[in-house]
Design a protein around this ligand. Structure first.
Ligand SMILES: [Zn+2]
Length: 147
């Protein structure tokens, strides 16, 4: 499984896991959200100035927040990461500085259900994390781009 994952993503996941304290599927989802936003919004010239993340405020779901913080430099500390409590939906909206350009990624509810089921049936966090890492973005997210 690990061999299918591109080196860039693998490095980002490892960096995020180091920051977060452990590796898990929702952390990887946060990393993939941040990476997708940076690539789609073409952040070479501009920076992501604000992220609004919606998630239930409990683990493992809230682990996405650290994946986002590790990849975008939008953090709780610098006030660029806003967090909204949500009952079920998990999503993040990324905005570019001085621009109306934004991207919203909402996790496919089936993916969340599948992770929860696998975790409760004893599949390890690490195994699920790499499974999510290998999953294509269009299966993982509903993507809404505004520019
Ligand atoms: Zn976690």
């Amino acid at each position: 499984m690990k061999t299918k994952i591109e080196t860039d993503l693998k490095k980002l996941v490892e960096k995020a896991a180091d920051f977060h304290g452990h590796l898990g599927p929702f952390l990887v989802i946060g990393v993939k959200m941040g990476k997708l936003a940076k690539e789609t919004l073409n952040t070479k010239e501009k920076i992501i100035s604000e992220v609004t993340a919606k998630t239930p405020l409990l683990t493992p779901f809230s682990c996405i927040l650290d994946g986002i913080q590790a990849t975008t430099n939008c953090t709780v500390g610098n006030q660029k990461l806003k967090i909204e409590n949500s009952q079920k939906e998990i999503a993040a909206r990324f905005k570019l500085q001085n621009s109306d350009d934004s991207l919203e990624a909402t996790i496919n509810p089936k993916v969340i259900e599948d992770i929860v089921n696998k975790l409760s049936s004893g599949v390890s966090n690490e195994e699920l994390a790499w499974e999510i890492a290998a999953m294509p973005e269009n299966q993982l997210f509903k993507i809404n781009r505004k520019c």
